[in-house]
Ligand binder design. Structure first.
Ligand code: DGJ
Length: 745
């Protein structure tokens, strides 16, 4: 069993004063291969957090010391024990207004206006397996998983919370969520319902978070946690380019390969908040969930609210190990099983090649030229539907513009298939243009405040996905296009943040539900499409990587990483993304030089090596390539086939420390059996008469001998990991090198 509950009475058998005691107090131990997560129900029924970290066999409750701290009050029943305060005890799901002044996990207003919530343990169940959440994405079932549900209750307001813990032993992952139920007779208004709350009694932490902007997503930044509250989040109606719903708490001395690291990843694509509070005692509380700002969910008697899942993981060996745990989980249990083994097609996308300026002949010429170089799929991006020659019109009118194309989509798709290629199409399902038939017919289907002009962004409005009729309409119009032609891939875009998040379908007092209902509608649409077209590959996208999160990955096994296709910029974006997400999830393409976003010139080889650390593809006009470039692309395609499996399924290591001033970036993939590896190296600043870069490898068999491809050299894993590999003869702008290693004995 990986989940155990040891009743306190059992632990106290030797104590004569306690033998008569009938209590449900006890210790929960959740074990994974290397970690222990321990909680205690104390005699007041408060659920305390005892420990999360490297596995031990002990009862860790000795870590909790009662200490009378001024201005930290006591629950009434503990008024004589002044050291007992909810303000200083480590808790699993802290309420508000009852003596804990730190950030809370749940906030609720009852019918009489009281804002206090005090949850106490009622019961628990431990089971094998689980059915998954309804309406929300979830981490799928594994053979060895177990589920603990702890029921907590506040009898005064009739609020029940079922805390759900799913333990994935092999992956060293614990998934948390909460189901909040109104068991009283009067309505309750939920103002906050976090997915996870974890108290770290001891330790001094840095936080690694991932901020950014359009065209520069998930920049990793490590900051020392100050006393007080540090928070990251999004109120844009999307997980956002600006703050990813993933944070890592790290020991201040931790590095890529050493030290304690705790990850918390929210499986959600909408508004989110990650709060870290270092309190008066130096303890750190981490709370993650739907952003409470603007959130107000009315629970009528008997109604329940399910939070999204938060995926927790701990590594004692630094960030690379933590990343492997998340990568394995996402590859094995988040993305749909069929995409775990099936190779993703290498695609060419029409966007940077043609933008809105194309017809079927041009697209066919692209396809033919691309096929000749071995590329496997043509994706027709924005502009094929309604009235859409720029970004000012047409969204919502998912009807093929045969006049612009010059033929029906069926004909184009058949011609592309006749070349031996797959075919993919762009959609932006959740949006509508003011200048569209859909908006003219249903202006009320767009989110917008009454009596105000809408905030426009890229000339578009956002559909109210919380309305079932909107989801039905978009589903049916997408199906009409998908049924009429052979389409194996959809790029699912989302090109603005949501402002005016007001739904005409909800009464005034329920407007605080609109943003989450929007997400539920989007997830339902994705669910219906993936069920109806089980072999359709959906690539998520949001002006690049504005919705790069585990929620979208449940439906879309890959997500376009950024609209910035400059390879040098991509080094930072892809590195930041790699902390939580596997490279098999990151759409990365070779684009033209000079680059369309930065004007920077780079070698085709550099662009190829960097795009290879993702789901590989091209985003350029193949007709403009020279013969020499075409030959090089043919070689890239051969390399891609040779390394695709290693890249998609191997362990990924960052070989440089963050912000350490190196003039290069390096990373490697090592197969799970350590029999092969691929090292990639990019010089970001070539210096005259500079030091020869030497990169120490990771993850190899120390006693194994590896052959360095293309040379006669055989070196031991120990030499490669401790002595490193050297890259002499580096010259030019952003030169890149790749070394393939094969275990020979
Ligand atoms: C934003 C995407 O990220 C681009 O790749 C492209 O699809 C455009 N939208 C099309 O409008």
């Amino acid at each position: 069993m990986n989940i155990r509950f040891l009743e306190e009475s059992e632990t106290q058998k030797g104590n004569p004063e306690k033998t008569e005691q009938k209590t449900t107090a006890g210790i929960f131990s959740l074990e994974t291969a290397h970690t222990l997560y321990q909680m205690k129900v104390d005699e007041q029924g408060v659920l305390l957090h005892l420990y999360y970290g490297q596995k031990t066999d002990e009862d860790m409750s000795y870590r909790v010391c009662l200490f009378d701290r001024g201005f930290s009050g006591n629950p009434y029943e503990m008024r004589l024990t002044r050291g007992y305060s909810l303000d200083t005890l480590p808790q699993e799901y802290a309420g508000r207004g009852v003596g804990d002044f730190r950030v809370s996990a749940v906030e609720c207003v009852s019918a009489n206006g009281s804002r206090s919530t005090d949850l106490r343990y009622v019961s628990h169940t431990i089971e094998k397996g689980h059915a998954g959440l309804t309406g929300l994405p979830y981490v799928r079932e594994s053979d060895d998983m177990e589920v603990l549900v702890i029921t907590m209750r506040d009898p005064v307001i009739g609020l029940r919370v079922d805390l759900n813990y799913r333990v994935y032993p092999a992956q060293d992952i614990i998934v948390r969520s909460a189901n909040v139920i109104n068991e009283g007779d009067m309505p309750l208004v939920l103002e906050k319902a976090a997915s996870a709350c974890v108290d770290f009694l001891y330790g001094n932490f840095d936080v690694l978070h991932f901020h950014g902007r359009h065209c520069m997503e998930r920049v990793a930044e490590r900051v020392r946690l100050p006393k007080g509250i540090t928070s990251f989040g999004s109120r844009r109606g999307m997980s956002s380019h600006h703050h990813n719903p993933f944070v890592v708490l790290m020991d201040r001395h931790a590095t890529e390969n050493t030290g304690d690291c705790y990850g918390c990843m929210l499986m959600y694509s909408g508004n989110h908040l990650e709060e870290l509070e270092v309190d008066q005692t130096g303890s750190t509380r981490l709370v993650s969930g739907i952003h409470p700002d603007g959130f107000r969910w009315t629970l009528e008697a008997g109604e329940a609210f399910q939070t999204p899942e938060a995926i927790l993981s701990y590594s004692r060996a630094g960030l690379n190990q933590l990343s492997h745990q998340y990568h394995d989980l996402i590859r094995d249990l988040v993305i749909d099983q069929k995409w775990q083994t099936q190779a993703r097609p290498v695609l060419i996308n029409s966007w940077e090649a043609a933008y809105f300026d194309f017809d079927a002949d041009k697209i066919l010429r692209f396809a033919a030229a691309a096929r000749e170089m071995g590329i496997e799929m043509l994706v027709l991006d924005d502009g094929w539907f309604g009235k859409r020659d720029d970004d000012s019109s047409g969204l919502g009118d998912w009807v093929v513009n045969e006049k612009k194309l010059g033929c029906p989509m069926k004909e184009l798709s058949e011609k592309i298939h006749a070349l031996g290629m797959h075919f993919g199409l762009w959609f932006e399902p959740e949006m509508v243009s003011e200048d569209s038939d859909l908006y003219r017919l249903h202006p009320d289907w767009a989110l917008c405040d009454p009596d105000r002009k809408p905030i426009l962004s890229r000339n578009q409005l956002v559909l109210d996905m919380g309305r079932p009729e909107v989801v039905d309409y978009i589903f049916e119009s997408m199906c009409r296009v998908l049924d009429a032609a052979r389409i194996e891939y959809v790029k699912w875009d989302f090109n603005r943040s949501i402002a005016n998040c007001y739904s005409g379908a909800l009464p005034p007092e329920r407007q605080g539900e609109a943003a989450h209902r929007f997400m539920l509608g989007t997830y339902e649409l994705l669910e219906r499409l993936t069920s109806r077209y089980p072999s359709l590959l959906i690539e998520g996208c949001s002006g690049g990587g504005g919705r790069f999160d585990a929620g979208m990955l449940f439906y879309c096994p890959q997500i376009w990483c950024s609209d910035d296709t400059d390879p040098v910029e991509r080094l930072e974006i892809q590195r930041g993304t790699s902390y939580g997400y596997p490279v098999s999830a990151m759409g990365a393409h070779v684009s033209a030089s000079p680059n369309h976003q930065t004007g920077r010139r780079t070698a085709l080889s550099t662009r190829g090596i960097i795009a290879q650390a993702g789901t590989f593809g091209y985003e350029l006009n193949p007709e403009k390539l020279t013969d020499e470039e075409k030959t090089e692309i043919r070689q890239q395609m051969e390399d891609q086939h040779r390394y695709a499996d290693l890249i998609a399924h191997g362990d990924y290591y960052r070989l440089t420390e963050m912000d350490d001033g190196d003039d290069y970036e390096a990373w490697m993939f090592v197969s799970k059996d350590q029999s092969e590896a691929l090292v990639s190296f990019v010089m970001t600043h070539v210096r005259a008469n500079g030091q020869v870069p030497c990169v120490r490898l990771q993850g190899l068999r120390p006693n194994g001998k590896y052959q360095l491809d293309g040379t006669e050299k055989h070196l031991s894993g120990a030499a490669l990991m401790h002595g490193g590999v050297v890259f002499p003869d580096i010259y030019g702008d952003y030169p890149a090198k790749q070394i393939y290693l094969k275990l020979i004995k």
